[in-house]
Ligand binder design. Structure first.
Ligand SMILES: Cc1cc2nc3c(=O)[nH]c(=O)nc-3n(C[C@H](O)[C@H](O)[C@H](O)COP(=O)(O)OP(=O)(O)OC[C@H]3O[C@@H](n4cnc5c(N)ncnc54)[C@H](O)[C@@H]3O)c2cc1C
Length: 434
C-alpha cells in the first residue's frame, strides 16, 4: 500500500547541502524532512575539507566546540613540491577571522555532527534508506516526491510546500524534473586509492607536481587518501598498462612513498572519479529548488564543493524559511533570489577550476594555488625552496611578495561570497555530547 505523508520543506539528499539546510529550516521552526537513500554517512570518499568560512558558520550555529572534538587535521598553508623545489602558494595564517586554517575531517563525522544537531530540533525528521524515485505534481507545480524504502522495497509519497533537491551530481530529482545541466569540458579524471601513512610522514595535505603529473595526498591518520590526476578517458588504457606500471609512476613522482606501494595489491583498489563540471541554467521549477552539486557539480580542484554546497544551503534557508514558516507557498521569485545570490560565486569558482584543469596538463601555475594540492609540512617530503628564476611568473610573485600568499588562501578557504547563519539559527556554544 502507498503511504502518504506531509511536510513543509522536503529535502532530498542528506549530504552537506541537505543536512545543513535541514538544520537551519528546523531552527526556523519549519517542519522539514530530509530523505537520504543510505542508512548512514559512512561510504565512499567524497572529500574531507571544511574551510575557514564553514568553521565560522559552525561557530555561529553553536557547533564549533563539538566540531573541535572530531578527529581532524589542520592545513594552514599550501605548498607544492615542484621538480625545482618547494613553493608556498597560500598562507592561511593571513586570513581574517579566528579560523586561519582548513580542517580535514572525514565527511561522515561532519555529517553525523550536523544530523545530530538537527535531530535536537522538534520539527526535523531524517528518513534514512529513503530513495527519491519520482516527483509528485499539483498541476505544473512540484508537490513532493515518491520514494522507496530500501529496507523493504516499499514505496511511499511525501508531499511538501517546497521540495529542495540536494541529491548530488547524479541528482534523480533533477532528471525527474527534466532539467539538464550545461557541462563544461574537463581534461582530467582522478584515480583514488589509499596508501599506509607512517608517523614520520608529513601531516595535513601533500601536493606533488612534476611535468604533467600531479598527485594530492590527504592525511587520514593511519593512511593517505591519494588522488592521482589522469587524462580524461585514460582509465582503461592505464588499467591495461597494469599495476606495476602504475606503481612505477607513483614511485617516480613520490619517491618517499616507494617503500609502501606493495599495499596496492590490485588496480581494483584504485577507484576512478569521473570528474564533472556542470551547472544548471535554472535552479528551480515551481515548488522545486536545486542546490549544491545537484545544481552545479564541482571539480575536486581546490576542494571547494562541500563548502559551496553548504553556502547554498545557508542562503536558501535565510531567503526561504520566513515564507515557509508563514505557511505559504514559496513564490518563484524567491527561488530566483537564491539562484541569483549563489550563481556568481559558483560560476567564478568553476571558471577558476577550468583554468586549473588546463594548466594541470599544460603547465604548473594554477594547480599549485589549490589547498587540496598543498602540504602542511612539505619540507619533510623532499624539498628545498625552489630557485626563483626557475619558476613561472605567478609563483615568482608569490615567492617575492609573501603578502600575496594571502590572496589564494582567501579565495579558497573563505571563497567569494561566504554565507553567515541567520540570527534565528544562531546558538551559544552547544554542550559537547558524551
Ligand atoms: C572523490 C571525491 C572527492 C572530493 N573531494 C572534495 C574535497 O576534498 N573537498 C570538497 O569540498 N569537495 C570535494 N568533493 C566534492 C564534494 O563531495 C561535493 O561537492 C559535495 O559533497 C556536494 O554536496 P551535496 O550535499 O550537494 O551533494 P552530495 O555530497 O553528493 O550529497 C548527496 C546526498 O544525496 C543522497 N542521494 C542521492 N540520490 C538520492 C535519492 N534519489 N534519494 C535520496 N537521497 C539521495 C546521497 O546518498 C548523498 O548523501 C569531492 C567529490 C568526490 C566525488
Amino acid at each position: 500500500m502507498l503511504n502518504v505523508a506531509r511536510t513543509t520543506c522536503l529535502v532530498v539528499g542528506g549530504g552537506p547541502a541537505g543536512l545543513v539546510l535541514g538544520l537551519l529550516m528546523a531552527r526556523a521552526g519549519v517542519e522539514v524532512t530530509v530523505l537520504e537513500k543510505h542508512a548512514d554517512f559512512l561510504r565512499d570518499f567524497r572529500g574531507d575539507t571544511v574551510h575557514a568560512s564553514t568553521l565560522t558558520l559552525l561557530d555561529e550555529l553553536g557547533l564549533g566546540e563539538r566540531f573541535a572534538t572530531l578527529p581532524h587535521r589542520r592545513l594552514d598553508r599550501a605548498q607544492v613540491q615542484l621538480d625545482e623545489g618547494l613553493v608556498t602558494v597560500a598562507d592561511l595564517s593571513r586570513l581574517p577571522g579566528t579560523h586561519k586554517h582548513i580542517a580535514l575531517v572525514p565527511q561522515w563525522d561532519f555529517l553525523d555532527l550536523v544530523a545530530d544537531a538537527a535531530e535536537e530540533e522538534p520539527t526535523f525528521t531524517l528518513r534514512r534508506n529513503a530513495e527519491a524515485i519520482g516527483l509528485l505534481h499539483d498541476g505544473d507545480r512540484v508537490a513532493g516526491v515518491r520514494y522507496r524504502d530500501r529496507t523493504d522495497g516499499s514505496e511511499h509519497e511525501i508531499r511538501a510546500s517546497l521540495t529542495v533537491a540536494c541529491d548530488g551530481r547524479g541528482s534523480a530529482v533533477r532528471a525527474a524534473a527534466g532539467l539538464v545541466p550545461r557541462s563544461f569540458g574537463v581534461p582530467i579524471d582522478v584515480w583514488w586509492f589509499r596508501l599506509p601513512r607512517r608517523e614520520t610522514d608529513p601531516a595535513g595535505g601533500v601536493g606533488r607536481i612534476s611535468g604533467s603529473q600531479l598527485a594530492v595526498l590527504i592525511d587520514r591518520g593511519d593512511y593517505w587518501q591519494c588522488a592521482f590526476l589522469i587524462r580524461k578517458g585514460a582509465d582503461a588504457e592505464m588499467r591495461a598498462a597494469g599495476l606495476e606500471r602504475f606503481r612505477e609512476r607513483i614511485a617516480g613522482l613520490l619517491p618517499w612513498m616507494a617503500d609502501r606501494l606493495d599495499a596496492l595489491t590490485s588496480l581494483d583498489d584504485v577507484k576512478l572519479l569521473d570528474v564533472k563540471l556542470n551547472r544548471l541554467h535554472t535552479w528551480h521549477r515551481d515548488g522545486l529548488l536545486l542546490i549544491g552539486d545537484a545544481a552545479h557539480a564541482m571539480s575536486p580542484v581546490g576542494g571547494v564543493g562541500i563548502n559551496l554546497a553548504i553556502a547554498d544551503a545557508v542562503a536558501a534557508a535565510r531567503l526561504l524559511a520566513p515564507a515557509l514558516r508563514a505557511g505559504g507557498i514559496v513564490p518563484r521569485s524567491l527561488l530566483w533570489q537564491v539562484q541569483l545570490r549563489r550563481w556568481w560565486p559558483t560560476a567564478l569558482i568553476q571558471a577558476g577550476q577550468r583554468i586549473a584543469h588546463r594548466v594541470a596538463f599544460g603547465g604548473r601555475g594554477a594547480t599549485a594555488s589549490t589547498p587540496a594540492a598543498g602540504t602542511a609540512a612539505a619540507g619533510a617530503v623532499t624539498g628545498e625552496p625552489a630557485p626563483v628564476e626557475a619558476l613561472p611568473v605567478p609563483l615568482r610573485l608569490l615567492r617575492r611578495f609573501p603578502v600575496l600568499q594571502g590572496v589564494p588562501a582567501r579565495l579558497v578557504a573563505i571563497g567569494p561570497l561566504p554565507e553567515h547563519a541567520p540570527t534565528w539559527a544562531r546558538r551559544a556554544p552547544l554542550p559537547v555530547r558524551g
